[in-house]
Design a binder for this molecule. Structure first.
Ligand code: ADP
Ligand code: MG
Length: 348
């Protein structure tokens, strides 16, 4: 069984409307407060963009064009994309876009910082499990071990705009492409003179500034044990709230167990290190997205080690024994609305 992912939703209907209306006027009728929304289906997910002010409509059009462009560049399945070309390059170098270079470099950086928890060369294993097609199966361990021989992001060579992969290495940027796309969308909207906007890219929520009245946006995070309901609300301005969870894309095997789409590069099986949901909150959507996947693989203790070195990012963690932990930096912006106990993470 699969659950189509919308892992984070916006808490109040007033924040973002999921209807497909092109424009809605706010009741006070100030043109600077006029809200425009656009619904987009791209990157295999539903996206909703909302911006306020007189330039909002044209800003959202430009943002949508950029999303289409990035989808064409970064898709692992579209023939002719940078990633498709790399995965079919037979060891020859491929000249790729700046976007692709930036994403590969970020993946390498976060891979290094998390002891290889993030590894974009896992793609052949994701195919073997059927996560790329929906044709799921539990692979045998020997096959996984064989495929793991070619999993190692340090085999990716970058020289200027040229990237080379060894013949049996294939990559996929699914762990971080939406975060990068969100950053690009926010930056385009901002460059059009808009200073208040909120976007949801398949549940990755990213905000430009605050709400038009100056207050924080309220973003709800899903309960991984009851994905139809929310477990907490976090208040943010100018930040990204990005979640990776074991309930987002999974199947139930013949053995009755659930298998999900985030794999542990240590053994090629779905990462099962004590965390069932990781939300990362920070200024850089690309980094938050890469980290949400990586820290999900790392588990609780390694995540705390990471936070000690990187206090600029905040997290909300849910453990498999149904407890919620949130970092000190968001303590006064966090409201638990679940039955689970929630406590601040003690970092030292
Ligand atoms: P989603 O894209 O569903 O919001 P994530 O950001 O956590 O969730 O990314 C999950 C995707 O990342 C998977 O669908 C797969 O393409 C890829 N992936 C899975 N495990 C890893 C990993 N350990 N390192 C890098 N990429 C991974
Ligand atoms: Mg991610």
């Amino acid at each position: 069984m699969t659950i189509k992912k919308i892992n984070v939703i916006l808490f109040a209907a007033a924040i973002i409307s999921l209807c497909s209306c092109n424009a809605q006027k706010n009741t006070n009728d100030k043109s600077s407060d006029e809200a425009f929304t656009r619904d987009v289906f791209a990157m295999d997910t539903y996206m909703n963009l909302k911006a306020y002010g007189s330039n909002a409509e044209s800003a959202l059009k430009k943002a949508e064009n950029r999303i289409s462009e990035l989808e064409k560049t970064l898709s692992v399945t579209s023939e002719g994309s940078d990633i498709w070309k790399l995965n079919h390059s037979g060891g020859e170098y491929v000249s790729v876009s700046d976007d692709t270079i930036e994403l590969i470099k970020k993946a390498e950086e976060v891979g290094k910082e998390t002891d290889g928890a993030l590894d974009i060369t896992l793609y052949p294993l994701l195919k073997e499990w059927g996560f790329t097609t929906g044709d799921y199966k539990i692979p045998d361990t020997r096959m996984l071990n064989e495929l793991l021989n070619n999993v190692d992001y340090s085999k990716i060579k970058i020289e200027g705009e040229n990237v080379t992969l060894p013949p049996d290495v294939e990559i996929d940027l699914g762990a971080l492409a939406k975060g990068y796309t969100g950053d690009e969308v926010i930056s385009i909207i901002s460059s059009c003179g808009v200073d208040s906007a909120i976007v949801s890219l398949g549940g990755n929520v990213q905000a430009l500034g605050s709400k038009p009245d100056g207050s924080d946006w309220k973003v709800a995070v899903r309960d991984p044990f009851a994905p139809e309901t929310d477990m907490c609300v976090v208040e943010i301005s100018g930040k990204a709230v990005i979640t990776s969870g074991n309930y987002e894309r999974f199947f139930t095997g013949d053995d009755g167990k659930n298998y999900w789409h985030i794999l542990d590069p240590n053994d090629g099986y779905p990462a099962d290190n004590g965390l069932v949901s990781v939300t990362v909150i920070g200024k850089n959507g690309l980094e938050c997205d890469a980290l949400s996947t990586a820290l999900f693989v790392c588990g609780y203790d390694k995540t705390i080690d990471y936070l000690k070195k990187h206090p600029e990012n905040d997290v909300i963690l849910v453990t498999d024994d149904k407890k919620v932990y949130y970092s000190d930096g968001i303590a006064d912006k966090f409201t638990n609305i679940s039955d689970m106990p929630a406590e601040v993470i003690a970092v030292d």
